[in-house]
Design a binder for this molecule. Structure first.
Ligand code: SF4
Length: 346
């Protein structure tokens, strides 16, 4: 029986396998080989009659302006609003997912909810609400790349920037494909062990490390990194030291590192919220490794949301929650000592 193709968008970055009607998707590191009629691991891309389609192109489940600080991106157009969109689905299965209500239903029971909002409408809404960028966020943007690309190209024509909030599981081909219109990315580096990625996310660490190195060294995409600190899972001194050293060596000291507080979620409920002392310990480890900008997230009122000059220590960007109380950066430099402050349109 033929499947309904109405409103489906042919996928990008796939090719037919040599035999039969199988296809191979090369958007993410799973590199699924998909039989005719079947879905990829993300459950939002289907092989119909030997052609791969995106099932979510016309099913937008979130679309609203958000502070760019909420992504979090702290060194990217600070104080601006970013029009944030998502569709359902994900290529990871994190058992503590904060957005499991939209990331996992496609996997759990094949449910894909959303509205047909066209790229033209999304870009128009972003412009109308005074946003400076479009953020592809809440779920993994890689698996809705077709919508990202169409919004991204159109948005660029209207002067909008584009940012991803991502698990970093893209292939090099996908990064190159997005590089034409993608300006910034926050990548979750969830831990520094293969065991953690395998056990808790059903994925692998190495492709994420490869993505971080590739983006930092081979592209002009602005990069920030986030680590959710889960008690007794990824918060040992040894692991955090290795993770921070990796950022310094592969991405450089200017890449902001956000250390985020964990709260029990989804299927991971037998735990406590991350103790503040662990977050502060991780902060010190990041600074000792040489990182210029380390921030603590999900900790209301923490001073560690503020950007200080890495050279002279003066306060540069003061944040209160997602609000910018002061921004003293001048011409991407510290007004007191002249040190260059890395970022995008600071
Ligand atoms: S995007 Fe989906 S279909 Fe493609 S390789 Fe990743 S999990 Fe598989």
């Amino acid at each position: 029986m033929g499947m309904e193709k109405v409103n489906l968008k042919e996928a990008v970055l796939w090719e037919p396998e040599k035999a039969g009607k199988k296809v191979r998707c090369s958007l993410c590191a799973h590199r699924c080989v998909i039989d005719e009629g079947k879905l990829g691991r993300c459950c939002v891309r289907r092989n119909i009659d030997g052609v791969l389609y995106s099932l979510t192109y016309d099913k937008v489940c979130s679309a609203n302006p958000d502070p760019i600080e909420k992504k979090p991106l702290f060194h990217f157009q600070p104080g601006s609003q970013s029009f944030s969109i998502a569709t359902m689905g994900c290529n990871f299965r994190c058992i503590f997912c904060q957005n499991w209500q939209i990331s996992q239903p496609a996997v759990e029971d094949g449910r894909i909810d959303g509205q047909p909002i066209s790229p033209r409408q999304i870009v128009a809404s972003a412009v109308r609400t005074g946003c400076k960028s479009i953020a592809y966020t809440y779920t993994e943007p890689t698996v809705f790349m077709e919508l990202c690309a169409d919004c991204g190209r159109l948005g660029r024509q209207k002067g909008l920037r584009n940012v991803f909030v991502s698990n970093g599981y893209q292939t090099k081909e996908a990064i190159d494909f997005a590089g034409e219109w993608l300006d910034g990315i926050n990548i979750d580096l969830k831990a520094f062990s293969e065991d953690y990625y395998k056990r808790l996310c059903k994925a692998r660490l190495q492709p994420v490390l490869d993505t971080i190195s590739y983006i930092a060294k081979e592209t002009n995409i602005w990069l920030e990194i986030t680590t959710l600190l889960v008690p007794d899972e990824n918060d040992s001194d040894d692991e955090l030291k290795k993770l921070a050293d990796f950022i310094v060596q592969q991405a450089g000291t200017d890449v902001p590192w956000h250390i985020s507080r964990f709260y029990p979620q989804y299927k991971y409920l037998d735990s406590v919220a991350t103790p503040i002392s662990s977050l502060e310990r991780a902060y010190d480890i990041g600074k000792s490794a040489g990182l210029h900008y380390v921030y603590l997230g999900n900790v209301p009122g923490a001073k560690s949301e503020t950007t200080f000059c890495y050279n002279c220590g003066t306060m540069l960007i003061e944040r209160v929650g997602y609000h910018i109380a002061a921004n003293r950066v001048k011409d991407s430099s510290c007004p007191d000592c002249g040190a260059k402050i890395a970022g995008f349109e600071l």
